[in-house]
Design a protein around this ligand. Structure first.
Ligand code: SAH
Length: 248
């Protein structure tokens, strides 16, 4: 049997949001590799080996999965949301670049999933209905100065923004700094939504103004969405109109 490797997105949490394509790959797999909480979402069955690992070992995990596929296994690397959004798909290609030449001929597929910001936007209404960008607020893989610069530029460009990994215990002050920058660039009246555990039973949605926003409203289970200058409420929803008059 020839091996294959799929990098699959499990969506934000609700099993109904796992695509049929990802379900089929998991049903055909001999091995599932990934960060422990994501692997825990895959039901054990005879013939399937689960390989949970720690969050900080992305490259080793990717190389391990490639080696398994090269040995003839059917391997799925699982990510939450979409595997191409701040997740394992890029790590896989980095490992492929550094690994043996013959790995490049493997049957490799990236299977998309519903990323957190899109699931959150759908719950809130349509805050990303005009131009937007996504920024990872973690400085694990880039300098904090880069994050500050991109925040300012995105705000000045008139983009709505989605923030991943907004506030962790190891860097509690940075999100407060991000809010300061946003208040300076966008003003106190701009809407900001905190969407925690989207589509899971514990889901919590909260929309306030930047003037009311407090750092504690975000943690690592939250995706944060900041509207553009036109973003507004209608009833219990938040939306950004399809058209915008002037720039930005
Ligand atoms: N690949 C994932 C993102 C991984 S980065 C995706 O496409 O969604 C991890 C960050 O994603 C978290 O810190 C949080 O900001 C966000 N996130 C993932 N799942 C979430 C959920 N169910 N609810 C809210 N935020 C979520």
């Amino acid at each position: 049997m020839s091996g294959w490797l799929a990098v699959a997105g499990l969506g934000p949490g609700d099993e109904a949001l796992v695509t049929a394509e990802v379900q089929a790959a998991l049903a055909a797999a001999t091995d599932v590799v990934g960060y422990t909480p994501y692997v825990a979402r895959v039901a054990p069955r005879p013939g399937l080996t689960l390989h949970p690992s720690d969050n900080r070992v992305e490259l080793e995990r990717a190389s391990h999965a490639l080696a398994l596929a090269a040995a003839g296994q059917g391997v799925v690397i699982v990510s939450s949301g979409d595997p191409g959004v701040f997740a394992m798909a890029s790590a896989l290609f980095e490992a492929l670049e550094q690994g043996p030449e013959e790995w490049r001929d493997l049957d490799i597929r990236i299977l998309p999933g519903i990323t957190a910001m899109l699931a959150a936007a759908a719950r809130l209404g349509a805050p990303l209905g005009h131009d937007f960008c996504a920024i990872n607020l973690s400085d694990n893989l880039k300098p904090w100065e880069t994050i500050e610069h991109r925040l300012r530029m995105a705000a000045r460009g008139g983009f709505a923004m989605a923030f991943y990994n907004p506030r962790s215990k190891s860097r509690p002050h940075q999100f407060a700094m991000a809010l300061e920058i946003l208040r300076a660039e966008c003003g106190d009246a701009r809407l900001i939504s905190f969407a925690r555990d989207v589509t899971k039973p514990e889901e919590r949605l909260e929309t306030v103004t930047l003037g009311e926003a407090r750092p504690e409203m975000a943690d690592m289970r939250t995706v944060v969405i900041v509207g553009n200058a036109q973003t507004r409420r209608v009833g219990r929803f938040v939306y950004t109109p399809r058209s915008t008059a002037g720039a930005p």
